[in-house]
Design a binder for this molecule. Structure first.
Ligand SMILES: [Mn+2]
Length: 412
């Protein structure tokens, strides 16, 4: 049985204000062809389908346009679990309709039994059992206790996550006993201990701190495969070939340019699951260039000559003495008429007007934590107080990210 594992599409995402819509559309077309060519029967999407909890209509059109085309191409079942970027209620809203088409959406982690998806063969026997665990939110797995500190909260959360996986694996294991021929796969959207990320790759910290990394031993070794989402770099977990993050299909930022993106294709039978990583083509070239401000325009001019009209998005890191405005003008002039497109110029401010360059850094290039950290710098906050404020701020941002404000339900 051929099964394909993908995750972290982040439909609707932009890069420094530039839309990635065309790239996403091209990726989905490529994926449709792959599903068909490889005669994939089941597609697994391990969370972060959308980049935000309120995706644009265009982003939704990509998703709802893709699903029926995948089915028409021969894919029998699609299983989608929610990631931390997805709104659980948004993904769940068309659940009943999609279920009728064999598209299974699991968006909330309230009930492990509801995350167990059985897929039967034509002979009526259980062929595949998928434990489709979505991103587990704080409220899914634990009850808040009065007066607990952050550490207690985190350790209780980790315990709750572990227990949730134990429960679903117990249910799956008892079904497996009656159906030894069945393939069993777990899906999850979480940060397992030892996983790696790249600066600026768009992986939003889960929960309050970075302590909430779950040990990979929550996945028992009798599982045929574990299809993970959340980390954007493809990787195996704990040296185990059958526990994998497939990563995002697009480079999420300039730090990821040159990183080979993949989807994982499984040829699965009970007890043996061969995994092949299929490289995803690059639909938009990205490049980061670091040089002195004085040398940058000439370097761009040479690059423009070589690349001609082919499209290349650039992030420039400049050092040295050049006023930000003049530098920008000279760089734009150097790439005029070519396929080179400068998305961001970062000036390290080592020149005489360093302060000016720094303050003109675009808000687009900073995340919410960098903005807050700069605010603490400006206010000359002392180190001890700084740690407390940072920790509270992270807590607030995490709460906000999990609030699912468009759900229409009364917020507690
Ligand atoms: Mn993600």
């Amino acid at each position: 049985m051929k099964i394909l594992h993908s995750s972290d599409w982040h439909l609707g995402r932009s890069l420094y204000g530039r839309s990635r819509h065309r790239e996403h559309a091209q990726f989905l077309d490529w994926l449709l062809k792959l599903l068909k060519d490889e005669a994939v029967e089941v597609l697994l999407i391990s969370g972060d389908v959308f980049d935000t909890t309120t995706p644009s209509n265009r982003a939704q059109e990509l998703y709802y346009g893709f699903l029926p085309r995948a089915l028409a191409g021969g894919c029998r079942h699609i299983i989608i679990c929610a990631g931390n970027h997805d709104s659980p209620t948004f993904l769940a809203a068309p659940q009943a309709l999609l279920k009728g088409l064999n598209i299974h959406v699991v968006s909330s982690g309230e009930d492990p039994a509801a995350e167990l998806i059985p897929i039967h063969g034509q002979d009526g026997r259980l062929q595949l059992l998928v434990c489709a665990v979505p991103y587990l939110r704080d409220r899914d797995v634990r009850t808040a206790q009065a007066g607990e500190n952050f550490q207690e909260k985190e350790s209780r959360l980790l315990g709750g996550i572990r227990e949730h996986y134990e429960q679903i694996h117990k249910l799956a294991s008892s079904q497996k006993k009656d159906n030894p021929q069945a393939i069993v796969i777990s899906m999850g959207h979480l940060f397992t201990a030892g996983g790696t990320t790249v600066e600026g790759d768009g992986v939003r910290d889960l929960y309050v701190g970075s302590l909430a990394h779950v040990a990979a031993d929550i996945f028992p070794d009798w599982l045929d495969y574990v299809a993970l989402g959340h980390l954007h770099r493809p990787q195996t977990v704990g040296g185990c070939d059958s526990v994998r993050y497939c990563g995002s299909p697009l480079a999420m930022g300039f730090a990821e340019c040159g990183q080979q993106k993949v989807v994982n294709l499984l040829d699965a039978q009970a007890g043996s699951c061969a995994v092949r990583s299929i490289p995803v083509p690059v639909f938009q070239n990205l490049q980061r260039i670091a040089d002195t401000a004085a040398a940058m325009p000439e370097r761009l001019r040479r690059l423009a000559e070589v690349s001609g009209e082919s499209s290349l998005w650039l992030e420039l890191h400049c050092s040295g003495s050049e006023a930000a405005g003049v530098l920008k003008e000279r760089c734009l002039e150097a790439v005029a008429g070519s396929g080179l497109d400068i998305l961001l110029i970062r000036n390290d401010g080592s020149g005489p007007d360093g302060a000016l360059s720094e303050s003109s850094a675009s808000l687009d290039s900073l995340d919410e934590f960098q903005v807050f950290s700069q605010l603490l710098d400006v206010k000359n906050i002392e180190e001890s107080e700084r740690q407390t404020l940072l920790s509270r701020y992270r807590h607030l941002v995490a709460q906000l990210a999990e609030a699912d404000i468009q759900s229409g339900a009364e917020q507690p």
